[in-house]
Design a protein around this ligand. Structure first.
Ligand SMILES: [Zn+2]
Length: 393
């Protein structure tokens, strides 16, 4: 991770990752044969699903079904080629559910499916039990049903809330407190399109903390009041792109407040940190969901970007301590110099007093020899050669 802060410098140009492009392509399908979800990786539409079985062939046989509720029709074709990400599509005239259920329902479903696939295949979550939308958590004053609930072998509970629609900071705090009271770790994942994903305005993009740009960071997004409330409570907002199976972490590249303009030119003087709660926008660092794990102690989803932020925070703490130590050493040196100056001044004064006391016994002619120097005649001035008569008289 140590090299990552140089990524922005060595990258040949702005390269946007193939995630968080607001693409809503359908990349999940239910395999009729094994009754399980299949994920179409990016750029693989013309490739093989399994050795000997192509995606196109499997679709042509009508074996891949649409996972949308109230649909379940077999997909008609694989769209591969062109600018868009490879995805499944219905035959013309079929699957008009997009208009009925809207992107929210589809995103919600694929988000939960992708989280399920991730938890089932992650080595650290191998023994965990997964509940999709079926286990309510109850407290004396109410109950909540998380979108995905993961339960560890020793009983630790992690609730995943996938949030597409708008939510106020107060509502989020109520739910966050509910989970905290129930002893459940809650992880919030926002949609990569819709109300939770607002691209930053050109004015916000010019802000200081957004200038340093990592090649692996997606476009800057606005931090809503909800996101700022989360940051105030120490929760870093995360986004989920189920199409690319990526998690985005709110990130900024910021200088400490006391950095001088000259120091700011030096890459090492800025730090990759979570946004401050007052920032109106942040970058989104994209990481593969497969590389993320649950940190029960900190109560968050530990993405590689979050790990880097923690390391950078430590680096900042160490650097700030070094600055403080340097200032303290300088203060000490100045104090020592001042003490020495005062000592020398005292010695000089003592010597002067001693000399004055000694002078009282010495005759004046010896005390002030220059004043008693015998008068010498002024030197003879030679007249200029054209006025010899002036001095003849
Ligand atoms: Zn469908």
């Amino acid at each position: 991770m140590g090299t990552s802060r140089w990524r922005g410098l060595v990258a040949s140009g702005p390269r946007r990752p193939q995630a968080f492009t607001q693409d809503t392509a359908q990349v999940l399908a239910v395999d009729k044969k094994i009754k399980q979800l299949r994920y179409l990786p990016g750029g693989q539409g013309n490739g093989e699903m399994e050795p000997g079985v192509t995606w196109r062939g499997h679709v042509a046989q009508g074996m891949l079904l649409c996972p949308a509720p109230d649909c379940g029709l077999p997909f008609g074709r694989v769209v591969a080629g062109g600018a868009r990400r490879h995805h499944f599509a219905h035959r013309p005239g079929e699957g008009e559910h997009d208009a009925v259920t809207g992107p929210e329902t589809l995103w919600h479903l694929s988000a939960k499916d992708v989280l399920g696939l991730w938890a089932a295949s992650h080595p650290n979550l191998a023994d965990w039990t997964l509940h999709l939308d079926d286990t309510p958590i109850t407290l004396p004053n109410g109950w909540r049903r998380p979108d995905v609930l993961a339960v560890s072998p020793d009983g630790a509970q992690v609730a995943f809330e996938v949030q597409y629609s708008a939510l106020t900071g107060t509502d989020w705090k109520t739910r966050h407190d509910f989970y905290a009271k129930a002893g459940v770790v809650d992880i919030w994942l926002f949609a990569h399109h819709g109300p939770q994903w607002r691209p930053a305005t050109p004015r916000q993009r010019r802000r200081r903390e957004l200038v340093w740009r990592d090649a692996d960071w997606a476009a800057p997004v606005q931090l809503s009041g909800l996101h700022q409330t989360m940051l105030r409570h120490g929760v870093v907002p995360l986004w989920l792109d189920p199409t690319a199976q990526m998690i985005g972490t709110a990130t900024t590249r910021a200088h400490p407040a006391n950095t001088s303009p000259v120091e700011r030119l030096w890459e090492g003087s800025s730090y990759t940190l979570p946004p401050r709660r007052t920032y109106p926008a942040c970058h989104v660092a994209a990481d593969a969901l497969q590389q993320c794990e649950v940190d029960l102690e900190a109560g968050e989803l530990l993405t590689p970007a979050r790990r880097e932020q923690r390391e950078e925070h430590q680096r900042l703490t160490v650097d700030e301590q070094a600055v403080k130590d340097r200032a303290a050493r300088r203060e000490e040196r100045l104090q020592a110099e001042w003490d020495q100056h005062k000592r020398q001044e005292q010695e000089r004064r003592d010597a002067e007093i001693a000399a004055a006391e000694a002078r009282e016994q010495i005759p004046l002619r010896e005390q002030f020899p220059p004043l008693f120097r015998p008068q010498e005649p002024p030197p003879a001035v030679k007249p200029p050669w054209w006025k010899p008569w002036q001095h003849r008289a």
